[in-house]
Design a binder for this molecule. Structure first.
Ligand code: MTE
Ligand code: MOS
Length: 768
């Protein structure tokens, strides 16, 4: 069925249905992990954390902790019955530090008590003697000392050195890009309940229940079959609960195993920010050669990222950074060096965009510098370097960009946002004003969709049809607010020709759908939508065969829609057909399995097709900056974004708006700051500033590209939307840069985040 036919049939797919839990969210009845009914014997867990950035643990005295009111038990590394590891890929991170602590906030012990307050208070009473060691606190120091969590990687195409030196013009710069805390509203949490005969049931606020199941099993010396992990919804994750939720679940499970009682660990905001990983901050050096038209001849990047104490997801995050340091631009002579620095700070992890934003930020900075050096409109330089169609279309990792719609998106946005006229008006404004300065920028996004580790691109689903014609839906994806569950329900509804209200959406549950990948890389609806469609289609096929037999018609004469089934001249309710089929012993339950086609990547040659397709978008942002204080406001944002044929335009719009605002926070106000002792000083909203409603642009126009069917065979030709819009916010940064650049000094050295302080520093730095 194409989009028009679906509309005629009142199909669910493509409709702007509200989030399935919207009515529960707004009335406070949506049950998050902490809202689940508490078992009678529940204990609350708190974590004792390292006070030092790098030290040997000389002695740990927990007698006062054990004596504290309400305390039932404590657990140290040595008490762990299984593997003391929560490293998801590389087994290099301890759940509880055994001999050495490597960052301030690292978990050393856990304590279980009757109330949350008792546990948290008791955790403060440990007497720990440290033998301090030299810490490494930033990526550059790590590079100097060869301190890495993983080997450095390089990706080279052409002859960048020769291209750069042979180019008519050349620029070099070092930029720093700040990290970011995920700042989900619901902090990390897990509750574990003992089951009979050694079994464990783990409720976890996790993007990856399968990994929680496996890591809990290993830590508690069990097999995967003995552990079930369930997650109905997450109160925001943004990548922060992809790997690191497992640590929290492991600690809760270890206390459950020790005490034989249900245990819940909920981190408060400060502990959450101190103890769990964030977006990687980077230091980037680039060296670019270009010609007078603004075209890049050759570019060399050296990236150093703060990975913290362990590999966690830093390998794939940095890989994605390397894959995205082209953004929308064809780089035929390029060298990208990536250092994955080991520092004595919390282990950094996934965050929306997964390295992509940092790579794209770097190339956008270089492009902007080129334009300003040549006195050109940066948009002209962007366009001059865009990937071509049918030429200049192979990425530096060997994938051909087959679906390039950069010109289409840019043309539309340039017109819709009235870019040219407004750019002239901004120049006019700046000539007339000395203190307030305006700036405007248009930046594009091209973002690759798929996990870069090919094997992760698989998904499963489980669909039951009950005798009354209602449907029970499970798949391996997790709901973190992004609207995945309603989208998949829409797909199943259309497959069975029933309304969405006939479907019960169920929690992610490792006992129903096994071996699921994390809900990440924006691929949740692509993969789980297809898996659920395959499962539902199996049932529909059986029902079709049955109806054809039963009513003596051809299978082609059987049709499903609007809760009804027609078979030749007969029509009946879906529930009636189901009842008849059940009576004739037709199976009404099925699993679905999907693996993303066409993708492959060979690490040894750094080439292949890591991405099934690309998602595109572009944004124009206009800002006004007070050049005496550095304060700034976004005054208008225009976005054109490509969601393919949207499964649900309401959800997609929310993702575009939310992603953009979160990206703007990353690049303007959210600043992570560690002191010289390696203590994170910004661990609460009082010191760490995320955007609020009042930071929203008063004019915020978002258009989802229409008639933009994905050329690849994705679920209803839609495109993934979770992460790509985040990077539209790079336009905010360049609008600020545009505002503070002057004719005499077109190249302000502005670092990210562009806080008022950073803006003032850049303005000061330009003074002669
Ligand atoms: N939207 C909300 N509301 N909450 C979230 O935690 N996470 C983002 C994005 N959008 C997130 C969100 C991230 S990091 C990813 S990878 C995708 O959602 C994951 O979901 P999807 O694959 O279903 O798009
Ligand atoms: Mo998203 S950073 O891939 O969880």
């Amino acid at each position: 069925m194409d989009a028009t036919a679906r509309k005629a049939r009142k199909a669910a797919v493509g409709t702007a249905l509200p989030h399935d839990s919207a009515h529960l969210h707004v009335s406070g009845r949506a049950a998050y992990t902490d809202d689940l009914p508490e078992p009678r014997d529940l204990l609350h867990v708190a974590v004792g954390m390292s006070a030092k950035a790098h030290a040997r643990l000389r002695s740990i005295d927990l007698s006062d902790v054990l004596d504290a009111e309400g305390v039932v038990d404590v657990c140290l590394a040595a008490d762990i019955p299984g593997e003391n590891n929560c490293g998801p890929i590389v087994h290099d991170e301890e759940i509880l530090a055994a001999d050495t602590v490597e960052y301030v906030g690292q978990a050393i012990f856990a304590v279980a008590a009757r109330t949350v307050e008792q546990a948290r208070r008791a955790a403060q009473l440990a007497k720990i003697e440290y033998e301090e060691l030299e810490p490494i606190l930033d990526p550059l120091a790590a590079v100097e000392k060869d301190s890495f969590v993983l080997p450095s990687e390089t990706l080279t195409r052409g002859d960048p050195a020769a291209a750069i030196t042979g180019a008519p013009r050349r620029l070099q710069r070092r930029i720093t890009i700040g990290g970011q805390d995920q700042f989900y509203l619901e902090g990390h949490i897990s509750m574990c309940t003992p089951q009979e005969d050694g079994g464990l049931l783990v409720y976890s606020s996790t993007q990856h229940p399968d990994e929680v199941q496996h890591l809990v099993a290993k830590a508690t010396a069990r097999a995967a079959k003995d552990v079930v992990c369930i997650c109905r919804r997450i109160g925001g994750a943004f990548g922060g609960k992809e790997s690191q939720a497992a640590t929290i679940a492991c600690i809760a499970a270890l206390m459950t195993v020790r005490t034989g009682r249900s245990c819940k660990l909920r981190l408060d905001r400060d502990v959450d920010m101190i103890m769990t990983g964030k977006r990687h901050d980077f230091v980037v050096d680039y060296d670019v050669g270009f010609d007078e038209t603004g075209r890049i001849r050759g570019i060399d990047f050296s990236f150093a990222s703060r990975c913290g104490i362990s590999a966690d997801l830093s390998g794939p995050v940095n890989d994605r950074m390397m894959f995205h340091s082209d953004n929308a631009y064809f780089l035929d002579n390029v060298n990208i060096e990536s250092h994955r620095c080991k520092t004595n700070t919390v282990s950094n992890t996934a965050f929306r965009g997964f390295g992509g934003p940092q790579g794209m930020f770097a190339i956008e900075y270089a492009i902007d510098d080129i334009a300003r050096t040549l006195g050109m409109d940066p948009l002209e330089v962007r366009r001059r370097n865009y990937y071509g169609v049918g030429e200049r279309d192979v990425t530096h990792y060997g994938q051909t960009v087959e679906d390039n719609i950069l010109d289409l998106v840019t043309d539309k946005l340039e017109t819709d946002a009235d870019y040219r006229r407004r750019r002239a008006a901004v120049r006019e404004f700046n000539r007339a004003n000395t203190v307030l300065k305006r700036g405007i920028a248009l930046t594009p996004v091209k973002f690759g969709i798929s996990f870069t580790s090919t094997h992760l691109n698989q998904a499963g689903a489980l669909v039951h049809v009950y005798r009354d014609g209602t449907v029970h839906l499970n798949h391996g994806g997790t709901e973190m607010g992004q609207g995945l569950y309603i989208k998949v329900a829409q797909v199943v509804a259309d497959e069975l020709g029933v309304p969405v209200s006939a479907i019960r959406i169920n929690a992610a549950d490792t006992s129903k759908v096994p071996n699921a990948s994390a809900t990440a890389a924006s691929s949740g609806s692509d993969m789980n939508g297809k898996a659920a469609q395959i499962a539902a289609r199996k049932i529909r096929t059986r029902l079709t065969e049955f109806a054809a037999r039963h009513f003596s018609v051809n299978e082609s004469a059987v049709d499903f829609g609007d809760g009804r089934v027609s078979a030749g001249t007969e029509t009946l309710d879906f529930a009636e057909l189901v009842q008849l089929a059940w009576f004739e012993r037709v199976s009404l339950s099925a699993t679905g399995f999907y693996k993303t086609p066409k993708i492959n990547y060979d690490r040894s040659t750094s080439s292949g097709r890591p991405f099934f397709y690309y998602a595109y978008g572009a944004a124009v942002t206009e800002v006004v900056v007070d050049t005496l204080t550095g304060e700034n406001r976004i005054v208008r944002v225009d976005i054109v974004h490509d969601c393919g044929d949207s499964l649900n335009p309401a959800m997609d719009l929310g993702q575009v708006e939310g992603g953009f605002v979160q990206g703007a926070g990353w690049l303007t106000s959210e600043e992570l700051w560690w002191n010289d002792a390696g203590e994170l000083q910004t661990h609460a909203p009082s010191t760490y500033k995320i955007p609020t409603c009042s930071d929203l642009a008063p004019e915020f126009n978002v258009t989802l590209l229409e008639n933009a069917a994905n050329r690849e065979d994705t679920i209803y030709r839609s495109k993934a939307v979770g992460e790509p819009p985040f990077m539209l916010a790079i336009s905010v940064f360049h609008a600020i840069r545009d505002a503070i650049a002057t004719d005499g000094n077109p190249l302000p050295a502005l670092d990210a985040p562009a806080t008022p302080e950073a803006i003032l520093r850049a303005i000061e730095g330009m003074k002669p």
